[in-house]
Design a protein around this ligand. Structure first.
Ligand SMILES: [Zn+2]
Length: 192
């Protein structure tokens, strides 16, 4: 398997944008083998808006490679319950200062809108903010013109999933209703 992948190159058809959290490894969660899913992980699975400039765009570079070079057919934004990045964002939104932290605040500001929609002070709202953050990432994905073009052509589909690390349930975003609902079983993204 590994030698064949080395010789022939990777041809994954699925990209997963996931959180760095150690509890939500997409390959383990979705039973994928090497070569089967192209993954970028960052704090809170955020996608920044399309903004080509001289800044260092790690996530956007991965999206560009996945779409333009690999020709992935699916992009899954995978958020999760008890996301530390979202918790930090909610804390900042509630007026707290994060001591001695230089990067997390500006990074999570990408999803600040999710906080303002779901009361930062309400502990019950954490999951709602996590799901709203996924929707923000999906919206930002569509600002990449070649992502939107793929969606329009029917060659690319974008999904929002939220994994409940407490219950083990996976909830999928329904673009028609804007709601997340439980899927029957965790999808197996193995090509076999
Ligand atoms: Zn997280």
């Amino acid at each position: 398997m590994t030698r064949r992948l080395a010789e022939e190159g990777q041809k994954p058809k699925i990209m997963v944008i996931a959180c760095s959290d150690s509890r939500v490894d997409p390959a383990i969660l979705f039973n994928a083998d090497p070569g089967e899913i192209f993954v970028v992980r960052n704090v809170a699975a955020l996608v920044p808006p399309y903004s080509p400039d001289s800044s260092h765009h790690g996530t956007s570079s991965a999206i560009e490679f996945a779409v333009k070079d690999l020709g992935v057919q699916e992009i899954i934004v995978l958020g999760h319950y008890k996301c530390g990045g979202v918790a930090a964002m909610r804390s900042i939104h509630a007026g707290n200062q994060l001591e001695d932290r230089e990067f997390i605040g500006p990074w999570m500001a990408l999803a600040a809108e999710a906080c303002s929609m779901h009361g930062a002070d309400d502990p019950e709202a954490a999951a709602a903010v996590e799901m709203a953050t996924i929707k923000t990432s999906i919206r930002n994905l569509k600002t990449f013109p070649w992502v939107q073009k793929g969606i329009d052509n029917g060659t690319l589909r974008v999904h929002g999933w939220w994994f409940d690390i407490n219950s083990g349930n996976l909830l999928a975003h329904d673009p028609r209703t804007g709601q997340f609902s439980i899927v029957d079983s965790i999808p197996d993204l193995s090509a076999k």
